[in-house]
Design a protein. Structure first.
Length: 397
C-alpha cells in the first residue's frame, strides 16, 4: 500500500506507526516466524489475522485498537490524526498479515508505516516490508462502520499504579521468576496485592500505594509477560528495549480483568499507548478473591466517577446510526449449521471452566470471544489446536 493506492481507494490516512514506541516491536513479536511458537502458528494458518477497530472524532482525535487473538494481547493508541482523517468508527475482523514481519527477514519491496482506512479497506503498515490489510473487497461489500459516539475501548481501570520500567521489572522478577509462576495483580475493596499463587500472600512488600476503583484481578505467566516486555535475545526483544528504564508507566487491572500497561504521551509523540493482556485460565477471578487483601490502597477520586455520564446517551448513538451514509452496511450475523455447532462447543468449554471456578449465573459471560478463550485453553491442555473453522468464526465477532 502507498499513498497513491490509498487515494485511489478513497482511504484516509490515520497516523504513522513508525513514531509509536511499542507498536512495531509488539507486532513483530506476535508474528515473528523466528519464534518457535509463531512458526507453529504460521504452519497451521498461512494468514494469521488480527482484529482492528478505528474511531476518529470530529476534532481528529483517534483511537486505534488491535487484538492478536492467538496471543490474547490487545494494543490501543490514542492521539491526533492527520488532516486527511475522516470522522467515523470502522471495524474489521478480517485484517490479515501481508508481507514479512520477521526481524530476520527483509522485504526489499515497498514498505509503509502508515495506517489507511475507509469503507473499502484498512491497511496497517509495520515498516518491515509488511503489515496487515483487509482482503480485496468483493462487489457491493464494505467494512462495518458504526456510530462514533459512546465508544469505550475497555480501558476503564479497576486499579492502577505508576512505576518506572526498572521498578516494574524488579517487581515481576521478585514475584514470579521463581518456577516461572503467575504474575497476578488484584484489588478488593480498598486493599490490593501482587502475588503469584495465593491472594493472601503478604511476602511481596513494595513501597507502592495503588489507586483502587473497584474489585478486579488479572494474571498471566511470567514467561508470557517478561518475554513481551523485557526479553533481550537477538531474535525476539521486548517492547521496552529502546525506552529508558526510568520512564514511568501505569500498571493496573482493567474492569474487564486484563493486565494493563500504559505508556503516556511524551514530548516527542502526542500519543498514549496501552497493552492489555487477557488473563491466563489459571489466574484467580474477582469472585475468587478474599474480601480483604494484605495491603492498603488509595480509593479512586471522585473525578473518575464523573466520567460515567459520557457512556449514558444511548439516543444519540442510535441517531447517528440511523443517519449513516448510503453504502455503509449494518452487520447481520448469520451462522451456518456448522458454525452454530462449533459456537455451541465454545459455550460448553466456557461452561465447564465456569463450573470449576464456582461462577454464579449472574457472573457468566455471554461473549463468544470469552467462550473462545476458554475453548482454546482447553484445546491446548489436550494437546490439540484450533482449526480454520474456529478462526473463521472468531473473525465474525
Amino acid at each position: 500500500m502507498n499513498k497513491q493506492t490509498a487515494n485511489t481507494l478513497g482511504l484516509s490516512t490515520l497516523f504513522d506507526t513508525s513514531r509509536l514506541r511499542l507498536f512495531r516491536d509488539l507486532v513483530c513479536q506476535m508474528y515473528d516466524d523466528s519464534s518457535p511458537y509463531c512458526s507453529a502458528v504460521w504452519r497451521n494458518r498461512q494468514e494469521p489475522t488480527a482484529d482492528i477497530e478505528i474511531q476518529v472524532e470530529d476534532d481528529r482525535q483517534f483511537t486505534f485498537g488491535m487484538r492478536f487473538p492467538i496471543h490474547r494481547v490487545r494494543y490501543f493508541v490514542e492521539g491526533c490524526a492527520f488532516n486527511s482523517a475522516q470522522p467515523g468508527r470502522y471495524v474489521s475482523k478480517q485484517v490479515m498479515v501481508s508481507g514479512f514481519l520477521s526481524r530476520g527477514q527483509i522485504n526489499h519491496g515497498r514498505s509503509s508505516t502508515e495506517v489507511y482506512y475507509g469503507n473499502t479497506a484498512i491497511f496497517v503498515g509495520v515498516g518491515t516490508g509488511g503489515g496487515f490489510s483487509t482482503p480485496q473487497p468483493r462487489a457491493n461489500t464494505t467494512l462495518l462502520r458504526v456510530a462514533s459516539q459512546a465508544y469505550n475501548p475497555q480501558l476503564r481501570e479497576s486499579m492502577s499504579m505508576r512505576v518506572t520500567i526498572k521498578t516494574l521489572r524488579k517487581i515481576l522478577n521478585k514475584v514470579s521468576r521463581s518456577n516461572r509462576g503467575l504474575f497476578c495483580l488484584a484489588s478488593s475493596g480498598e486493599t490490593w496485592n501482587v502475588f503469584s499463587e495465593d491472594a493472601n500472600d503478604n511476602s511481596n512488600r513494595f513501597n507502592i500505594v495503588p489507586t483502587v476503583r473497584t474489585f478486579g484481578s488479572a494474571g498471566l505467566s511470567y514467561d508470557r509477560l517478561y518475554n513481551t516486555l523485557f526479553r533481550k535475545k537477538e531474535a525476539v526483544k521486548g517492547v521496552f528495549r529502546d525506552i529508558d528504564e526510568n520512564t514511568v508507566v501505569t500498571v493496573g487491572v482493567t474492569e474487564r480483568n486484563c493486565l494493563m500497561i500504559k505508556l503516556d504521551r511524551s514530548n516527542a509523540l502526542n500519543c498514549t499507548e496501552w497493552l492489555l493482556f487477557e488473563s491466563d485460565i489459571e489466574a484467580p477471578t474477582p469472585s475468587e478473591l478474599p474480601a480483604k487483601l494484605p495491603f492498603k490502597a488509595r480509593a479512586a477520586t471522585q473525578e473518575v466517577v464523573e466520567e460515567e455520564p459520557l457512556e449514558q446517551p444511548s439516543e444519540a448513538v442510535e441517531e447517528v446510526q440511523v443517519e449513516e451514509p448510503p453504502g455503509v452496511e449494518t452487520a447481520i450475523l448469520t451462522l451456518t449449521e456448522e458454525e452454530t455447532t462449533r459456537l455451541a462447543e465454545w459455550g460448553n468449554a466456557y461452561t465447564r471452566w465456569a463450573e470449576t471456578t464456582g461462577l454464579g449465573p449472574s457472573e457468566l459471560s455471554t461473549s463468544p470471544t470469552v467462550w473462545f478463550s476458554r475453548y482454546m485453553m482447553e484445546k491446548l491442555r489436550l494437546g490439540e489446536s484450533v482449526d480454520e473453522l474456529d478462526n473463521q468464526l472468531l473473525s465474525r465477532y
